[in-house]
Design a binder for this molecule. Structure first.
Ligand SMILES: *Cc1c(COP(=O)(O)O)cnc(C)c1O
Length: 383
């Protein structure tokens, strides 16, 4: 929901742009922080969801750590002011250069995704005369019940090591004198709305925590990743996630020994609802079978619908609400048929120049913008 003043402000601005409601962001961060502190859980923000500087600064100020998936994200997090002691680095394909830079910065932990990577980090740490802290990312073979393109925790996915490879990891760790195993790491997928998935994950983590203890590894950290979903259908009613219920699942089902820490890596749940993509209608095409609204924003600004068939709520924020309702396919200007934000979207009758808001676009939106068709870099505006 946008206030009259906000809509009036949009009317004076060139579109398209991302609009970030920093008030919604702050409320979300405060709610997550309060809930996590209740259980003494540690939260690292997954930078890949949104690395816009204003957003990062707000998150850093709230005291969260940073979860990075590239060397440049590690650099960015540290530049913004995240404590290197709260930076973790995951990713299935870390280059030597990225590993070296992360070692230079003394980050907290590498989340390691293969047996071979253990050996490589060990060798590079040895050359720098350092001990590298590592956690093994284990593929728990838990089905996230989310879209197949954003499921990561099944054996068929490329991420992490499978359970049958763990004895090999243990052998490798014994050989690697410049590695310190501090924990185990999991991330089963994204946009998970069924909390039972997290319960299944807890049971798996318990089993593996014991497995490692039996082999002499008293793990300090259980890192259960992120994945908490948001309500794309009700961005106003559910602007802030129910973090308490999420953390309660872990508190209830995850067994931890005295001193063992639980770490989370939340991305989407912290930033999705504070962002909207604001766009103008360029053309209205009325056909025999379909009506199209052609926007000045497309998949180059927000790729999720084209990439994952993702749903975003679409609103015409300037049409007279008394207009009759018409069904439109809402499309972008890019030369691809998948450049479509929504099919058969019911909206008040719309005209050229009306302003369209595509909601819940704060996560995996601006960060995925591309220059395809030589498009302008999308701008951002803040509340
Ligand atoms: C993407 C990612 C996250 C964050 O996922 P969300 O679904 O946005 O919470 C956390 N951990 C890892 C390793 C990731 O790759």
């Amino acid at each position: 929901m946008f206030s009259r003043d906000t809509v009036a402000r949009f009317q004076n601005l060139e579109t398209p742009f991302y609009y970030y409601d920093l008030n919604v962001l702050d409320q979300t961060l405060m709610s997550c922080k309060a809930a996590s502190e209740k259980f003494a859980f540690h939260v690292h923000y997954a930078l890949k969801a949104n690395f816009n500087e204003q957003i990062l600064k707000a998150i850093q100020k709230s005291g969260f750590g940073a979860d990075c998936v590239s060397g440049n994200e590690v650099k960015k997090a540290i530049e913004i002011g995240f404590d290197p002691g709260k930076v973790v680095f995951a990713g299935v394909g870390k280059s030597d250069r990225e590993i070296n830079e992360a070692l230079d910065n003394n980050i907290y932990c590498f989340n390691v995704e293969s047996v071979q990577e253990l050996g490589v980090i060990n060798e590079l740490a040895l050359k720098q005369g350092k001990q590298a802290r590592v956690a093994i990312r284990i593929n728990p073979n838990v089905d996230a019940h989310t879209h197949q393109y954003i499921t990561t925790g099944l054996e068929e996915n490329k991420f992490g090591v499978n359970q049958w490879e763990l004895p090999a990891c243990v052998e490798e760790l014994k050989r690697c004198s410049n590695l310190e195993l501090i924990g185990i790491h999991f991330h089963v997928g994204s946009q998970i709305t069924n909390l039972d998935v997290f319960k299944s994950l807890c049971l798996k983590v318990n089993e593996l925590n014991t497995w490692f203890l039996e082999r002499g590894f008293d793990l300090k950290v259980l890192n259960v990743g992120g994945g908490l979903g948001v309500d794309y259908h009700h961005p106003d009613e559910n602007a802030v996630n129910d973090f308490m219920s999420f953390f309660e699942i872990y508190d209830r089902f995850l067994e931890r020994r005295t001193g063992q820490e639980v770490h989370f890596e939340l991305g989407r749940a912290l930033v999705a609802q504070c962002g909207s993509l604001i766009s103008r209608i360029l053309y209205v095409k009325n056909g025999l079978k379909k009506n199209f609204l052609v926007l000045d924003a497309g998949m180059t600004e927000l790729m999720r619908p084209a990439l994952y068939q993702a749903y975003h709520k679409i609103e015409n924020i300037t049409a007279d609400s008394a207009n009759s309702i018409v069904s439109y396919d809402v499309v972008g200007p890019i030369c691809e048929s998948t450049d479509c934000f929504g099919k058969e979207v019911e909206l008040p009758e719309s005209k050229r120049g009306d302003i369209i808001a595509i909601r819940s676009a704060g996560a995996y939106g601006e960060v995925m913008a591309s220059g395809y068709n030589l498009r302008e870099r999308v701008r951002s505006v803040y509340s």
